[in-house]
Design a protein around this ligand. Structure first.
Ligand code: PMP
Length: 352
């Protein structure tokens, strides 16, 4: 007998690499543009003496600013340290049934990690060959449902009227819609939280608001859902969000113009990327996010992944069933994407 017999053993989520050297980083769906200048201003003028005090629970000022921004009551808003934190708490709070929770087989690879950690039974529901969700697959007994919209790493958006059927026909399960990428041109289901008490919308500052390093995520839902999540959160650590981040996150919401401008730039570059990659022999589903999920007509994805890395361009590749011949390419600046296209053109020609 050893203490190791009592260790909770888990296989953790593997995040994309964060190289120390300067590379073209198209591997973790970060925004290539800096946060709003208002964030810089607030942090530069921050009164350091305030760090003496604990922050507000549930991110006080930030929770209220989010409620105002989205036209909600503050008791419909939950704030966490990135949407990973929000999702982890939501899984722990809502998925305690003996029945399986459901999520797509090709999706954000953290869902099965949390399910394993919390010992939640789960079933990964196969997407169609064109990476589409089949609504009927989710109209079966279940202990909860998680669907990202747009999905990751495919970028495919599901029509919200279709997703609404899943919410409406599963009144006894909490349905989490992970909208990490929704601001890049997809439609949010947020307005439906007033109609369905089992719908939880999760969003993040990491992508569209260029603040992955600040770690801000949020959930929107019926006040009962939010209360139950807060009860769990306050049973672990009530002060998760620090004062600096609260100030920065609040300031970012005050700059709608900058937000729209950067999202529009990413969208325009994404559309150009689709055209250029197709010219280079790639195929991909239509993406509504800040990445594309591409496969080449003749060269294996792993070869391109490794060659690009040697050339200082980081992409994401998973050696997993059904997607091992695909590359997830985050949308960078126009210059970064041009460097990628130039590399690919040369590499593909050299391979003949
Ligand atoms: N959901 C999805 C679908 C994601 O791709 C990511 C990014 N890895 C997250 C949630 C978590 O993002 P964050 O914790 O930075 O908000």
């Amino acid at each position: 007998m050893s203490w190791e017999d009592n260790v909770k053993r888990v296989v953790p989520y593997v995040p994309g690499e964060q190289p120390k050297s300067k590379v073209i980083k198209l591997n973790t769906n970060e925004n290539p543009y800096p946060p709003s200048p208002k964030v810089r201003e607030v942090l530069s003028n921050y009164d350091i003496d305030e760090l003496r005090l604990y922050p507000d629970v549930n991110a006080g000022e930030l929770g209220m600013a989010l409620a105002k921004y989205y036209g909600l009551n503050s008791n419909q808003v939950f704030v966490g340290v990135g949407s990973d934190d929000v999702l982890a708490i939501a899984f722990m709070t809502f998925f305690n049934s003996d029945k399986e929770i459901l999520f797509p087989d090709i999706t954000y690879s953290f869902y099965d990690v949390w399910a394993d950690l919390y010992k939640i039974p789960y079933r990964m529901v196969e997407l169609n060959d064109d990476f589409r969700i089949n609504i009927e697959d989710y109209l079966v007994p279940n202990g909860g449902i998680v669907i990202p919209n747009p999905n990751a790493p495919t970028g495919v958006e599901k029509d919200v009227r279709e997703l609404e059927k899943i919410v409406a026909k599963n009144p006894d399960s909490v349905v989490i819609i992970d909208e990490a990428y929704v601001d890049f041109g997809a439609t949010s289901m947020l307005p439906l939280i007033n109609k369905y008490d089992n719908l939880l919308i999760v969003q993040t500052y990491s992508k569209s608001r260029s603040m992955a390093g600040a770690r801000i995520g949020m959930a929107f839902g019926n006040e009962k859902l939010i209360k139950y999540m807060n009860d769990v959160k306050f049973s672990i650590n009530s002060y998760t969000m620090n004062r600096l981040t609260v100030a920065a996150g609040t300031a970012a919401l005050e700059d709608e113009e900058y937000f729209k401008e950067t999202c529009d730039k990413v969208i325009a570059t994404r559309e150009r990327t689709k055209v250029r990659l197709r010219e280079l022999g790639f195929d991909m589903p239509d993406s509504k996010s800040n990445f594309v999920f591409a496969t080449h007509e003749s060269i294996p994805a792993s070869d391109i992944f490794n060659a690009a890395k040697s050339a200082g361009i980081y992409l994401r590749w998973w050696n997993k069933d059904r997607i091992s011949n695909r590359l997830r390419i985050s949308i960078g600046t126009d210059e970064e994407m041009d460097a990628l296209f130039a590399f690919l053109k040369e590499y593909i020609e050299a391979r003949g």
